[in-house]
Design a protein around this ligand. Structure first.
Ligand code: APR
Length: 239
């Protein structure tokens, strides 16, 4: 296995599944219970804000109870021990990467532990229930607080940083994502474009599995520590 200099890791809901957080498109997933246009679009929020507040309040409560699993721990170890750059880009709005010890995690779809004010656009740490009657900690206006989550039709966060990391990566690893949602589903093509080696670690082949040079299928808590171990062995560091 070659020594890589710039590793970009993309994670999705499958990474947090073994921490007890639901995925979206598995048979018993979130989108089997809710219509995403009702709870994950600006139009849905305008139509029925109470439904959207409760949807994220429920997910925030579950997120607070969840613990990082062995896959989150392995990725934090890789980032802290590997003698190269390791960028973690996640579609997940939980904070399990950070709780495992990862840093500078790029939450391209936002974070449920923050709320955004639609008046002043300030993002504030938020671990309580959100509602329409709350005051923004920054501008002190009432009624503008919404989940700091990127909804369908909105621009994902920190895309410039992600594009720059992909443009210089020599290893791209996609973990626990179905490859259904762009722009994240297009990252493997961008990495391939610059000659990176591409690896999918997922419970089963994703919709973009055929675009990867290498795939390892199984539960993230098995395939991720195994793959991280092989990378760290290669740079003579104990996992
Ligand atoms: N280990 C590894 N992979 C798993 C596990 C597991 N234990 N359990 C499920 N998976 C895989 C599934 O096989 C699937 O390919 O994780 C993937 C989850 O796919 P989705 O539910 O579509 O979640 P994700 O790809 O993160 O969705 C992307 O869509 O709805 C939007 O904003 C939402 O960020 C989300 C985006």
């Amino acid at each position: 296995m070659p020594r890589y200099q710039n590793i970009v890791i993309l994670t999705g809901a499958g990474l947090s599944a073994e921490s007890g957080l639901a995925t979206f498109r598995d048979k018993d997933g979130i989108w089997a219970k809710y219509d995403h246009s009702d709870v994950a679009t600006p139009e849905g929020f305008a139509r029925n804000p109470e439904l959207v507040y409760e949807f994220y309040n429920m997910r925030r409560r579950e997120g607070i109870k969840a613990e990082p699993n062995a896959a989150h721990q392995a990725l934090a170890t890789l980032q802290n021990k590997y003698d190269g750059n390791v960028h973690i880009v996640t579609q997940n709005i939980d904070n399990l990467h950070e709780l495992a010890g990862a840093s500078n995690v790029i939450h391209m779809h936002g974070e449920m532990a923050k709320a955004m004010c639609t008046h002043c656009e300030a993002r504030s740490p938020w671990n309580e229930n959100l509602s329409a009657s709350l005051k923004c900690p920054e501008c002190e206006l009432i009624g503008g607080m919404r989940p700091n989550v990127v909804w369908f039709g909105e621009m994902p966060y920190r895309m410039d940083e992600i594009a720059a990391a992909l443009a210089s990566c020599d290893l791209f690893i996609s973990i626990g994502t179905s490859g259904n949602v762009y722009p994240a589903a297009g990252f493997v093509a961008a990495a391939t474009e610059v000659g990176a080696h591409t690896v999918e670690l997922n419970l089963e082949p994703s919709d973009t599995a055929s675009q990867f040079n290498d795939t390892h299928h199984g539960p993230a808590t098995e395939v991720v520590p195994a793959y991280v171990g092989s990378l760290l062995k290669n740079c003579a560091v104990d996992a």
